[in-house]
Design a protein around this ligand. Structure first.
Ligand SMILES: Nc1nc2c(ncn2[C@@H]2O[C@H](COP(=O)(O)OP(=O)(O)OP(=O)(O)O)[C@@H](O)[C@H]2O)c(=O)[nH]1
Ligand SMILES: [Mg+2]
Length: 262
C-alpha cells in the first residue's frame, strides 16, 4: 500500500460508553483503518470522566494500538459540543490532521462509513455529512417513535430556521446528523472553535457548526447513512435537548453576540 499522504482523526466523545468503546476501537484500528488508502488514521477519544471506566478501557486499547489511539480526559461531563471542540483542537494542533470525523461511540454510525466519507473528501468536497434522509439512508425500523418524529420534524424545523429560503434549505437534508467529515484547511480552520463561541455546549453545537461551516464556503456533500440502534449503554439525549437544539438554531440564525463579546 502506498504511504499515506494525509492524516485524519476520528473524534469520539464518550460518556459511560464502557460497553461500546473497546469493541469500537478494535473495529477501527483492527479493520477499518488498515483498509483505508492514502490516509494515516487516528482515533481521538474525548472522555467526560465517565464513572463506568470508559477511560481505562481506552488506555488499555492505546497500549494495544500504539500511536493510533489518543485519550483526552475531561475533568467532568462538559457536553458533547464542548468535547468535540477539545477533540478538534487536539487533532489540528497536536496531530496536524488534514481532516476530522465526528463519530459516536455507540455504533449508531457504522464504522465502514469512515472510508466513504474520506473518499468524498478525496473527491474535492470539504464537508461531508451522513444523511438518514436521502435515498439509501435510514433509521432503525424499531426506533423509538418520539425520537423518529423528532429527527424528521425537528430536522425540518432546524433547516427552516437555519437556512430558509437559502440554497442550503434543500441541500442539507439531515441537519442534526452526528456523522460528518470536515477538511481542516479552508473549512474547520475558518471557524471560531473557542468553547465560549458555542451557543450550546451540548447537542446544539451541531447546528451552529453546520451553518458556520457552510457560510465559510465549504463544499458540501451528503452520503446515505443507515443509522443503527445504540449497541450498548444508555442515551445521553435528555428531554430538554430538543429545546437546547432549537435555541441554538435560533441564535445561530440571528447571530446574537456572545456573552463577553458585547
Ligand atoms: N465527553 C462527552 N461525551 C458525550 C457527552 N454527551 C454525549 N456524549 C457522547 O456523544 C455521543 C453521542 O451521544 P448519544 O447519547 O449516543 O446521543 P444520541 O446518539 O443522539 O442518542 P441515542 O440515539 O439515544 O443514542 C456518544 O458517544 C456519547 O457517549 C458529554 O457530555 N461529554
Ligand atoms: Mg447515540
Amino acid at each position: 500500500m502506498p504511504k499515506p499522504t494525509q492524516k485524519a482523526a476520528v473524534v469520539i466523545p464518550t460518556y459511560n460508553e464502557a460497553g461500546n468503546i473497546g469493541r469500537l476501537i478494535d473495529a477501527l484500528c483492527g479493520n477499518v483503518f488498515p483498509s483505508i488508502e492514502g490516509w494515516e488514521m487516528h482515533a481521538v477519544i474525548v472522555d467526560g470522566d465517565s464513572p463506568d471506566g470508559t477511560g481505562r478501557i481506552v488506555e488499555e486499547r492505546s497500549a494495544l494500538y500504539p500511536g493510533k489511539v489518543h485519550l483526552i480526559k475531561e475533568k467532568g461531563k462538559s457536553g458533547i459540543g464542548a468535547a468535540y471542540l477539545q477533540g478538534f483542537s487536539f487533532a489540528m494542533n497536536e496531530l496536524r490532521a488534514d481532516a476530522v470525523i465526528e463519530f459516536d461511540a455507540d455504533f449508531q454510525h457504522p464504522p465502514e462509513m469512515i472510508p466513504v466519507l474520506l473518499s468524498k473528501l478525496d473527491g474535492g468536497f470539504d464537508y461531508v455529512a451522513g444523511s438518514r434522509r436521502i435515498a439509501g439512508g435510514s433509521e432503525p425500523k424499531d426506533r423509538d417513535l418520539a425520537r423518529a418524529f423528532l429527527t424528521r420534524f425537528g430536522g425540518w424545523l432546524a433547516r427552516a430556521i437555519l437556512f430558509w429560503p437559502g440554497k442550503h434549505f434543500s441541500a442539507v437534508t439531515d441537519p442534526t446528523t452526528g456523522l460528518k467529515a470536515t477538511r481542516v484547511e479552508g473549512a474547520l480552520d475558518k471557524l471560531d472553535l473557542r468553547p465560549e463561541h458555542l451557543y450550546s455546549k451540548g447537542f446544539g453545537y451541531k447546528v451552529q457548526l453546520l451553518k458556520e461551516t457552510l457560510e465559510a464556503g465549504a463544499r458540501y456533500a451528503e452520503v446515505p447513512l443507515r443509522f443503527q440502534n445504540r449497541a450498548a449503554g444508555e442515551s445521553k439525549f435528555e428531554p430538554d435537548t430538543t429545546w437546547e437544539v432549537l435555541w441554538a438554531c435560533l441564535r445561530t440564525r440571528i447571530k446574537e453576540p456572545q456573552a463577553g463579546q458585547v
